[in-house]
Design a protein around this ligand. Structure first.
Ligand SMILES: Cc1ncc(COP(=O)(O)O)c(C=O)c1O
Length: 394
């Protein structure tokens, strides 16, 4: 077997919608993955911000194996203890007003649920979202993302949608009136380029939504579960949403996501308003429970804050010392970015990094995004970072 044979198999039977990098992965442990030929890579992207406790953490593997041997799937018409445990834990961890969860299989499904909830709670149909936002690929989520190239081929989707610049409170103020069901926003935009809002932006949105009766939805699919150095990124600003979405890191690599809300909003739904076959199955919930336990026991939220601050400092220093190469650094916790000057060089960086044994992501054209496991060993992180610096400057 060689890579050409693998490419040929993919070309024959996979829907041609994904641009692949020339790596076929076979296994992973911690922050290292190994391809089918035995080559090892340091993983600075953690399965797109998902494997937050590292690949195949023994506690997660054990929890999945035990639950798989006991009960994998029922339906939501029956109670299961792993699901109750997860909903209890999420209510404890999330900001105080958030008390109720509905569990889904992916981030985009969580967004669909959040949008439906806003419609139910307000009886309104207009959604406001931000330019460069990413919320997923199902039709409702597509309508509120901020990248026309993804959305326009399928429009019109939801009845009405307004797109405003991110981090622009005046634009939000003009858009949010009494017809708006919800303002949906990532507390830090991930795919859009790791854009951190100015202090006061989220609080301003909260006030605008309160004044108009619109719900405020924080999409924490990428930023939640410790990634930014707090359990949830909205805690940096001390602002509570009406609805929150989670995904990615929640299952440590196992597919599980959620939309969560307050008592007041939960009172507006009726039996049968929403449902799912797989969402909230005991296997996924056992994985999420184990992941949350590991994050807590290994103090990974604090580690994301501390290590993230040091990573940010190195990125900042590199940008300052290499103004011809990098424009700057930004991010929170272990969601960090080095913004390069040259988009074309940035585009080739991931493939060049693979040749040097590093998996790294570039988003929004010229933004090198670092979102490794929250427990990445420093012995893996810093040498891999040096390689990225070398390639960025090359
Ligand atoms: C902020 C945000 N919301 C939603 C999604 C969609 O999640 P999924 O790919 O699990 O459907 C993503 C995925 O990258 C995301 O970053």
């Amino acid at each position: 077997m060689d890579l050409d044979a693998i490419r040929a198999r993919e070309a024959a039977h996979f829907l041609p919608v994904v641009k692949r990098f020339p790596v076929a992965l076979a296994s992973g442990s911690g922050s290292r993955v190994v391809d089918v030929f035995g080559n090892e890579y340091v993983d600075l992207m953690a399965g797109w911000g998902v494997t937050c406790i590292g690949h195949s953490h023994p506690a997660l593997v054990r929890a999945i194996a035990e639950q798989a041997g006991r009960l994998m799937q029922t339906t939501n018409i029956f109670y299961t203890l792993p699901q109750l445990d997860l909903c209890d834990r999420l209510a404890e961890l999330t900001p105080a007003p958030i008390t109720r969860s509905f569990l889904t299989n992916s981030g985009t499904e969580a967004i669909e649920g959040a949008l439906k909830l806003a419609h139910r709670a307000t009886g309104r149909k207009v959604y406001v979202s931000t330019k460069s936002a990413f919320h997923g690929r199902t039709l409702g989520a597509l309508q509120v993302i901020g990248t026309p190239k993804h959305r326009d081929p399928y429009a019109p989707l939801l009845p009405e949608q307004i797109l405003v610049p991110f981090d622009d409170l005046s634009a939000a103020k003009r858009a949010i009136d009494r017809s708006v069901a919800a303002f949906i926003v990532e507390p830090v935009q991930g795919e859009g380029g790791v854009n951190v809002p100015s202090p006061g932006y989220l609080r301003g949105l909260r006030e605008l939504c309160d004044a108009s009766g619109a719900l405020l939805i924080f999409d924490e699919v990428q930023t939640g579960v410790g990634r930014t150095g707090k359990w949830f990124a909205c805690e940096h600003d001390g602002v509570d949403p009406d609805v929150m979405t989670l995904g990615k890191g929640l299952g440590g690599g196992f597919p599980v996501a959620a939309f969560l809300t307050t008592e007041a909003v939960a009172r507006t739904v009726s039996l049968g308003d929403h449902g799912t076959t797989f969402g909230g199955n005991p296997l996924a919930c056992a994985a999420a429970n184990a992941t949350l336990r590991v994050i807590e026991e290994e103090k990974l939220v604090a580690r994301a804050a501390e290590l993230g601050a040091r990573l940010h400092e190195r990125l900042r220093a590199f940008a300052e010392a290499n103004p011809g190469v990098a424009v700057g650094a930004r991010g929170r916790g272990l969601l960090q970015a080095l913004v390069l000057r040259d988009g074309e060089r940035a585009a080739t960086l991931p493939a060049r990094a693979i040749e040097r044994g590093v998996l790294v992501n570039v988003t929004a054209g010229n933004v090198v995004r670092f979102f490794p496991a929250l427990n990445i060993p420093e012995a893996d992180l810093w040498p891999a970072l040096e390689i990225v610096f070398e390639l960025a400057a090359d």
